[in-house]
Design a protein. Sequence first.
Length: 127
Amino acid sequence: MREIKYRAWVLCEHEASMKDVVVLSMKGKDGEKEDEFIVTYGNCQYYTHEYTLMQYTGLKDKNGKEIYEGDVLKSPSKILEVGYDAGQTLFYDHDMQIARATNYIENLKWVEIIGNIYENPELLDDT
């Protein structure tokens, strides 16, 4: 069974950074929206409008690093962006063609995480 984990790209007025999600809860901010998710990292809490949530795919690259949606991977022949939808990992090439994870699982020993779409958007520019 796959481990369920998340990370968040936090974008608020005082910072923009990738955070591991320690707690993901659903409650209202000061009694307001009841459907707003809150990400807790250390002593800080971030609300839905301040972050983008990314799920762990359950897969690892050739170095054993966990692959999350939003990661950019380098394979021997392509640069791929990782997506995750309805429990399925998707790999997008530069033409946004989709290849399901099952086609790449055997080849993950050749794939390496080189960044992510938030911190390194230039990796997808001229692939």
